[in-house]
Design a protein around this ligand. Structure first.
Ligand SMILES: CC(C)[C@H](C(=O)O)[C@@H](O)C(=O)O
Ligand code: SF4
Length: 463
């Protein structure tokens, strides 16, 4: 009896690397211009070549400008162009796949990898980026690595790694209407703490997980690293197989049948043991918002701040213990990122924005996670809904998810954000980030204060 994680590990284990480490075969490696160009350059400087360029994909997302109309080589941070240019040159020299700024498939690496079928059930995938765990949503074994590990993986097609402990998070029951995968992720992190994942490989299972769309699963697994997990994964089911079929880098022709047969074996055997098991009742999860400077500082929108809230976090966020977060005036709203920048996220926000206007004094920005998401949204008129509501509609990339030295909100601005990190300075010096789902961000942008979508709907529309 084996867990899904055991099976994936064993299938890729090529040897004992000593000191308790295994040598793991890496199927596909992803790079972005913020860390990937550096890894490629250092690899070349050491006189090594990429062993199998067909398995390596480089994508421009972190530094590219999100301003439409500007040259896409323009960076959003001073001096950032060098990252773009260097990654391009190094990728071309190495002969790896390059999804450049002008490529119709460009977007955030963790959004693009599933869209293109680079991420598939059963594959090992690594990227020098912490949110690579997102891809476990498809039943892949995917984890974030450092730059030197990326070099090692490119040169050898393998990585040294110690097999992590394993945790099962079973989410029983169903999420209530209006409660999303993002709310579930924040709820779990708040309840068990930002160290609650204990560097384990987490398998999410249970009725609420089967119910989630693939995009919802990607959101949930995206936040596993904020829970200190090694990675997270979800066993592939019919939804997964349907999602991954027919994509550019998915199996084609005669390979399809073999792949389907293989993917169907990717599940945890009945009775297989985990080192830790956590049970969560989906019915208890309400729309969440973060109040502090760690994703674990999250609560239901209707709850007051804990009496023992950290003084430093309170001071940074301009709050006092015991107060309510709901109703606080905001100055910014951001919808996008690898957490919530997919079509279903934009649709959920658009449902609330339709026919309404962002409150005066709120700068609201939406940046689709990829060119594909942007095109689909535009085909459905979703961009119009955002723009008519007063949102800026940006060009795909990480954009305001993290401060790169360029565009930001003024210090002390309270920003509702569909992203995954609310650390001090994450969106800019002094910026006060509140994490929430796209629907909660959209509702708050309309109201000009932190609120739930139901508050807007009850008020019958805020002009
Ligand atoms: C810049 C990159 C290495 C970083 C990460 O590893 O996650 C970024 O994507 C982030 O979200 O903070
Ligand atoms: S969108 Fe944000 S969290 Fe995701 S990869 Fe980019 S910077 Fe990191």
């Amino acid at each position: 009896m084996a867990t899904l994680f055991d099976k994936l590990w064993d299938m890729h284990r090529v040897g004992d690397a000593g000191d308790g480490d295994d040598l793991i075969a890496i199927d596909r490696l992803l790079l972005h211009e913020r860390t990937g160009g550096v890894a490629l350059k250092s690899l070349a400087a050491a006189g090594h070549r990429v062993r199998d360029p067909a398995r390596v994909f480089s994508i421009m997302d972190h530094i590219v400008s999100f301003r439409h109309g500007r040259g896409r080589d323009e960076a959003r941070s001073p001096g950032g162009e060098a990252f773009i240019v260097e990654t391009r040159e190094m990728a071309q020299t190495a002969g790896i796949h390059l999804i450049d700024t002008d490529n119709p498939a460009q977007g955030i690496v963790h959004v693009v990898a599933p869209e293109l079928g680079i991420a598939l059930p059963g594959l090992t995938l690594v990227c020098p980026d912490s949110h690579t765990c997102s891809l476990g949503a498809l039943g892949a074994l995917a984890w974030g690595i450092g730059s030197s590990d990326a070099e090692h993986a490119m040169a050898t097609g393998t990585l040294r790694a110690a097999k992590p402990r394993q945790m099962l998070i079973r989410v029983a029951g169903r999420l209530s209407p209006g409660v999303s995968a993002k709310d579930l992720a924040l709820y779990i992190i708040a309840r068990f703490g930002s160290d609650g994942g204990k560097r384990c490989a987490i398998e999410y299972a249970g009725e609420a997980i089967s119910d989630l769309s693939i995009e919802g699963r990607l959101t949930l697994c995206n936040m596993a690293v904020e829970f200190a997990a090694f990675t997270a994964l979800i066993a592939p089911d019919a939804k997964t197989l349907d999602y991954v079929s027919g994509r550019p880098f998915s199996p084609s022709g005669a390979q399809v049948e073999t792949a389907l047969a293989h993917w169907q074996t990717l599940r945890t055997d009945e009775g297989a043991e985990f080192d830790e098991v956590i049970e969560v009742d989906a019915g208890k999860v309400a729309p969440q918002v973060s109040w502090g400077t760690s994703p674990e500082d999250s609560l239901a929108l209707t709850d007051a701040l804990p009496a023992d809230a950290s003084a430093r976090a309170l001071a940074y966020m301009g709050l006092t213990a015991g107060q309510s977060v709901k109703g606080l005036a905001i100055g910014g709203a951001f919808i996008g990122s690898c957490t919530n920048g997919r079509l279903s996220d934009l649709k959920a926000a658009a449902e609330i924005l339709k026919g309404r206007r962002v409150a005066p004094g709120v700068r609201a920005v939406c940046v689709p996670g990829s060119q594909a998401v942007s095109r689909e949204a535009e085909a459905l008129g979703i961009d119009r809904i955002f723009k008519d509501a007063g949102f800026e509609w940006g060009a795909p990339g990480c954009a305001m998810c993290f401060y790169a030295g360029g565009e930001t909100f003024p210090p002390e601005t309270r920003v509702m954000s569909s992203t995954n990190r609310n650390f001090e300075g994450r969106q800019g010096p002094g910026v006060r980030t509140h994490l929430a789902s796209p629907a909660v961000v959209a509702a708050s942008a309309i109201a000009g204060r932190i609120c739930a979508p139901s508050d807007i709907l009850v008020e019958g529309g805020v002009a």
